[in-house]
Design a protein around this ligand. Structure first.
Ligand SMILES: [Zn+2]
Length: 221
């Protein structure tokens, strides 16, 4: 049976994350929200993350500021600021382990991590979460993500999709259409992450990661 893991990135966004939480609750689904740390400085953002956690969703770290992929940082110290800073704000909402998703602009590649970021993840026992289905819900016309997501299901029997709170809230009907299609196709929606998308697990490198780590001297090379 094909499984699908739902992840929502770049929140929490008041007016968006809450609507998605309502919809997931109505459908009895659990997901993971990869939050931008600084959004938790807004009490409304913090409350949404707390609500998500209380309703059984998982909260992951998606950097402090989401400024750019690590491969574009040249100055040292970016890992402690962007990963550690976000984790400090997430605090005890982190669960069930320290999930971290790098900024990637929808692409897997050596721009995702620097040697410094890789070492930070290992030293602080993070689980690195990638993906295998990015339907690019931010690209116009945005509703076309539905077909791209369905096509993307061919990538793996253990599918992990990346959606974005602030995009999807404008198209909850399309999210419904996608979830209905998954149900019709016999896809089981699970909260657990597929192992093929977890190259670092609680600080242990369990899959090859060289392709995700750029040369510090030549970012993105
Ligand atoms: Zn993002």
């Amino acid at each position: 049976m094909t499984t699908l893991t739902l992840t929502f990135d770049n929140g929490p966004v008041p007016g968006a994350t809450d609507a998605i939480l309502d919809r997931l609750r109505d459908r009895g689904l659990l997901a993971t929200f990869f939050v931008i740390g600084e959004r938790l400085l807004d009490p409304a953002g913090r409350r949404l993350a707390e609500r998500a956690r209380a309703e059984g969703h998982w909260i992951g770290n998606h950097t402090l500021t989401h400024t750019k992929p690590f491969g574009e940082y040249e100055e040292p110290g970016h890992a402690a600021v962007e990963i550690g800073g976000a984790e400090a704000l997430i605090g005890d909402l982190a669960s069930p382990e320290r999930f971290f998703r790098p900024v990637g602009r929808g692409q897997l590649g050596p721009h995702l991590l620097t040697p410094e970021a890789r070492d930070h993840l290992i030293d602080h026992r993070y689980t690195l979460v990638t993906w295998n289905n990015v339907p690019r819900d931010w690209v116009e016309p945005q509703r076309d993500w539905l077909e791209r997501a369905i096509d993307g299901m061919a990538a793996s029997e253990r599918n992990l999709i990346v959606l974005h709170d602030h995009c999807i809230v404008e198209m909850l009907d399309t999210l419904d259409a996608f979830l209905d299609r998954m149900a019709a196709d016999g896809v089981e929606i699970v909260q657990a992450m597929p192992e093929e998308c977890l190259p670092i697990r609680r600080g242990r490198v369990v899959l090859p990661i060289d392709g995700f780590v750029g040369d510090a001297a030549a970012p993105g090379a």
